[in-house]
Design a protein around this ligand. Structure first.
Ligand SMILES: [Cu+2]
Length: 151
């Protein structure tokens, strides 16, 4: 009996620890970063479902918002206010495209990959504006292919 109680207690403790382990990643919105002008840094974030990304308005004049068609169908879009931090919890696995509205055409975009992305093909197929096209191509290039990930 005592042993059963102990195991139950351990199970409870482990589930509490699991809930507290959600990671928070900071992505800075910058006028100038290591990758050039008007960037999210880092522009590629890999997290697990339930993790949080805080888009930080390090420099003003930027925002972070989801790109139409570049998030899984069961996830809600989000729009951050210009010049303000925005914190987003990513509950659903998938690939999420994020843009800064004023600098979208200058390639100020980010890719958030949550768990195993189911909507990668759909996200890649979304037409991009200006320099965002090559920035997203480079970001998708950095991901392992679905086939490799499944093995
Ligand atoms: Cu911007």
């Amino acid at each position: 009996m005592r042993k059963v109680m102990t195991l139950a207690t351990i199970a409870v403790l482990m589930s509490v620890a699991g809930a507290a382990a959600a990671a928070e990643v900071e992505v800075k919105m910058l006028n100038k970063g290591t990758e050039g002008l008007m960037v999210f840094e880092p522009a590629l974030v890999k997290i697990e479902p339930g993790d949080i990304v805080k888009f930080v308005a390090t420099d003003k004049g930027h925002n972070a918002e989801s790109i139409k068609g570049m998030f899984p169908p069961d996830a809600a879009p989000f729009v951050g206010k210009n010049g303000e931090d925005v914190t987003v919890t990513f509950d659903k696995p998938g690939a999420y495209g994020v843009k800064c509205l004023p600098h979208y055409g200058m390639g100020m975009v980010a890719l958030i990959v949550v768990g195993t992305p189911r909507n990668l093909a759909e996200a890649k197929a979304v037409p991009q504006v200006g320099k965002a096209k090559q920035v997203f191509a480079a970001l998708f290039e950095k991901l392992p292919t679905q086939a490799a990930a499944a093995k």
